[in-house]
Write a protein that binds this ligand. Structure first.
Ligand code: NAI
Length: 335
């Protein structure tokens, strides 16, 4: 039976990597009926909103979505559609595996970190105001409820995936109340999971440890902003934004998307690396129970990077998105 899944191609390189991902899923034999929905600047003029209600209705109905990146104007303009979507659907856990792929040269062999980022509050709550000309205020909103559920998610995830340690990343030495709440919640939740080793690290020290010895870190749980920054740092350690996937998980729905943005500098040139969205789709396949197809694509990706020089420019190659996708589909057929 075919799965019905919402597809938001997004903008910039989004449609290019989304099309590549659809081809790869088809090559792996998964039957999907795509419910295609558009959001972002492209629909704003016609619809008067960047996030039309039918996009949210589609995801609520289908429970699962695959999403390309959507650009957000810097310093002005509309609120991030990505943030609004996560808040509207209460997709509270943003899971980002930072894993080196065999065949690519990571900074450290065996890097296998999972960042579990709280996705609904912190400085992303959108509480900003100009107190007076020249003085701006952004409110960092942290609640015990959100801290507890993200820590619970991280420990449950660690148990489910056979991981050993969960480290909370914070700055409670300075933000004693807000980050203190995260730390306190983490310690309480840790007591309920005796099989998993709990650890604590300050966010700046964590950044240094990721650069010096990333392969010693396991599951990290943290707030929205720290998680955002550390995921890009992690991407840089394992081959770049072109390969790192992500999932936004809630109780009612899940939206799978790459860590990277719309990459306006290379959009429309046909040279984007679709691996990050393909790996996000692999996470999606595991989520919907299509384990065989997910494993097939995973094996084909490893095989491809180990055996073939066909790779996009961000990984040092000269292949276009389509050439890379053709080669990966061939590898899937041989797997
Ligand atoms: P970006 O991730 O789009 O690009 C950063 C750099 O990485 C660029 O040089 C880009 O060419 C490269 N890159 C990214 N993905 C790539 C891929 N798949 N293949 C090859 N190279 C790739 O970050 P940037 O430039 O800061 O943001 C651009 C726009 O994307 C902004 O409007 C931002 O708000 C939005 N954004 C959207 C996200 C989402 O939809 N979840 C996440 C992050 C940013």
């Amino acid at each position: 039976m075919a799965h019905t899944i919402t597809l938001i191609p997004g903008d910039g390189i989004g449609p290019e990597v989304a099309q590549a991902t659809q081809r790869v899923l088809e090559a792996a034999g998964v039957k999907i009926e795509w419910d295609i929905q558009n959001a972002g600047a492209a629909v704003a003029e016609a619809r008067g909103t960047t996030l039309p209600t039918e996009v949210l209705d589609s995801i609520k109905r289908n429970k699962v979505a695959l999403k390309g990146p959507i650009g957000t104007p810097i310093g002005k303009g509309f609120k991030s559609v990505n943030v609004s979507l996560r808040q509207a659907l209460d997709l509270y856990a943003n899971v980002r595996p930072i894993r080196s792929l065999p065949g690519l040269e990571p900074r450290f062999e065996g890097t296998d970190i999972v960042i579990v980022r709280e996705n609904t509050e912190d400085l992303y709550a959108g509480l900003e105001l100009m107190i007076m000309p020249g003085i701006a205020q952004s409110i960092k909103l942290i609640t015990e409820v959100a801290c507890t559920r993200i820590c619970e998610y991280a420990f449950d995830y660690a148990e489910r995936m056979g991981r050993k340690r969960v480290t909370v990343v914070h700055k409670a030495n300075i933000m004693k109340l807000s980050d203190g709440l995260l730390l306190e919640s983490f310690r309480k939740v840790a007591l309920k999971h005796p099989k998993i080793e709990p650890a604590e690290i300050i966010v700046d020290a964590c950044a240094m440890q990721m650069v010096k010895s990333a392969n010693r870190l396991d599951v990290l749980v943290t707030e929205n902003l720290y998680g955002d920054i550390l995921s890009d740092l992690g991407a840089g350690l394992v081959g770049g934004l072109g390969i790192v996937p992500g999932a936004n998980i809630g109780k009612e729905a899940a939206v799978f998307e790459a860590v990277h943005g719309s990459a306006p500098d290379i959009a429309g040139k046909g040279i984007a690396n679709p691996t990050a969205l393909i790996q996000s789709a692999v996470m999606m396949l595991f989520h919907i129970g299509e384990h065989l197809a997910a494993e097939k694509i995973e094996k084909a990706l490893i095989r491809h990077f180990q055996e073939s020089p066909i790779r996009t420019g961000d990984l040092g190659g000269t292949a276009t998105t389509v050439q890379f996708t053709d080669a990966l589909c061939e590898a899937i057929a041989r797997t």
